[in-house]
Design a protein around this ligand. Structure first.
Ligand SMILES: NC(=O)C1=CN([C@@H]2O[C@H](COP(=O)(O)OP(=O)(O)OC[C@H]3O[C@@H](n4cnc5c(N)ncnc54)[C@H](O)[C@@H]3O)[C@@H](O)[C@H]2O)C=CC1
Ligand SMILES: O=C(O)[C@H]1O[C@H](OP(=O)(O)OP(=O)(O)OC[C@H]2O[C@@H](n3ccc(=O)[nH]c3=O)[C@H](O)[C@@H]2O)[C@H](O)[C@@H](O)[C@@H]1O
Length: 437
């Protein structure tokens, strides 16, 4: 099937390559010429495990190409909209300017049997508005809402083998046609038994933000427990293990620490609250305000812990921050808790050096005033305190004896609860963590 993918960022680039891998003929369109140039040469424009291999395989089949020219989508039957929906500056709501621009571009080249597939995460009501635009223009093409649930770091696997597929379709014959087209697109995962939920537009859009709200709530729940653990001397990691054994609760997404960041969970819960307000049901989501506050408090707590181990002041102190990306196995620094902590400490007078295996370039572009080092040892040289902010495997496996030879003072704050306190203390370190004694 001929497919176009509009917007080739963390979602779209992986989606385009995966669709080619599934046997489709794909053109990816992006307004960023540098991204298109990289992708056209089968180079991933960002770090995502497995994507370079997927791009190369797809390039070899000749079924995948990228362009900045929207005109090249003409002739494709299915058009995926994968552009960004960032938080509006100074507001909670989502900025839909990119979705609208992409939709305009698709409409200009849409055939009568075309299917437009929304993948971006949008406020409920957006699909209905876009479908109305098709009707108003006299188009016989159909809109489907097909939210995406991939995780960065696992994006290739999640796209090729999703946990579930959700189609939000209009009622009647148009909806049946659109469903049939998507069934053809996803024939391989469907044949492997991927669960499929076919529903209306509103439900499909809500499924996406509900899922992210639930995940954010789970993280903030355990981080609220971490606050209780800090007040009582209890250990949040044991607590999470113990409650996680209950299958109704489950252990996944109960890792306490610096909390959630990235280009999705924070902005999605805020946009959801904003939309609930517009719909007159803001009380229904008032708990998400608390989820957000608990999350942001962890960043402040991390700075306070660093101050405590530095005898009450970080002014002029050398601080090593291990990690810049919002999570391991990604170079994405959007709303990164690690960089938020680094920037706060720098603003409060500390001399901060940040390191990361993949995200230094992105971090430097966003926070040019911070200093950066290539390795953990380099960042930790002469440090008064080392902060583990993103749990990359190489930081989990750091050797406390070796690191002790480069620091000025053996102080470590484990922002992700991934180090063994006994090992670090045995090597002479003062070990502090978020929610663990
Ligand atoms: N990153 C992720 O893990 C996931 C993201 N999502 C959602 O997918 C959407 C995209 O997110 P990301 O890929 O992370 O964003 P991104 O910022 O990495 O990518 C968006 C891309 O769209 C391009 N673009 C903007 N306007 C365009 C236009 N008019 N025509 C063509 N290209 C255009 C940008 O240049 C950029 O490359 C968001 O709504 C996000 O919430 C959903 C699931 C997972
Ligand atoms: O809508 C999206 O874009 C995506 O958002 C999240 O995926 P992602 O942002 O890639 O990363 P997660 O693995 O969910 O982690 C998000 C943040 O939560 C933090 N986290 C995660 C798990 C945990 O137990 N504790 C915790 O603090 C991570 O460090 C990270 O900062 C969802 O997991 C995806 O299903 C969804 O598609």
């Amino acid at each position: 099937m001929r497919i176009s993918v509009i917007g080739c960022g963390y979602l779209g680039a992986v989606h385009a390559a995966a669709m080619a891998q599934l046997g489709h003929d794909v053109v990816g369109v992006d307004v960023d010429p540098a991204k298109v140039d990289a992708l056209s040469h089968a180079r991933a424009p960002f770090f995502e495990p497995g994507l370079p291999e997927l791009l190369r395989e797809a390039a070899d089949t000749g079924r995948l190409r990228f362009t900045t020219d929207m005109g090249e989508i003409a002739g494709a039957q299915v058009h995926f909209i994968c552009v960004g929906t960032p938080q509006k500056r100074g507001e909670f709501g989502a900025d839909l300017a990119y979705v609208d621009a992409a939709f305009d571009g698709v409409m200009a080249h849409l055939g009568p049997d075309g299917v437009v597939v929304g993948k971006s995460t949008v406020p409920v009501g957006t699909a209905e508005r876009l479908a109305q635009r098709l009707t108003d223009a006299g188009s016989t093409a159909t809109l489907v809402w097909n939210p995406e649930f991939l995780r960065e770091g696992f994006a290739v696997q999640d796209t090729l083998h999703p946990d579930r597929l959700v189609y939000g379709v209009p009622a009647g014959e148009a909806g049946e046609r659109a469903k049939a087209a998507l069934d053809e697109v996803y024939a391989t995962p469907l044949s492997e038994g991927t669960p499929l939920v076919v529903t209306d537009y509103a439900t499909a859009q809500l499924v996406k933000v509900a899922a992210n709200s639930f995940l954010a709530t789970k993280i903030s729940f355990i981080n609220a427990m971490a606050e209780l653990c800090e007040a009582t001397g209890a250990d949040v990691t044991s607590l999470a293990d113990a409650i996680g054994h209950d299958a109704r609760i489950g252990r996944r997404f109960l890792n306490a620490g610096l909390g959630f960041g990235g280009g999705c969970l924070p902005k999605d819960i805020r946009a959801f609250m904003a939309r609930a307000g517009e719909l007159g049901v803001d009380q229904a989501l008032s708990f998400l305000r608390e989820v957000d506050s608990i999350n942001m408090r962890r960043r402040v707590r991390m700075v306070d812990l660093a101050r405590e181990v530095c005898d009450g002041s970080i002014v002029g102190r050398r601080v090593a921050v291990l990690g810049a990306s919002f999570k391991p196995d990604s170079d994405d620094v959007r709303d990164s808790p690690a960089l938020s902590v680094a920037a706060q400490m720098q603003l409060q007078g500390a001399r901060v050096v940040v390191t990361d295996p993949q995200a230094i370039d992105n971090a430097r572009a966003k926070w040019p005033d911070l200093s950066f080092a290539e390795t953990a040892e380099e960042a930790a040289t002469d440090a008064d305190v080392v902060l583990l902010a993103t749990e990359w495997t190489e930081y989990r496996e750091l050797n406390p004896e070796k690191l002790a030879t480069v620091v000025r003072s053996r102080n470590i704050v484990d922002g992700r609860n991934v180090l063994d306190p006994a090992t670090w203390r045995a090597a002479g370190w003062t070990y502090r963590a978020l929610g663990r004694p």
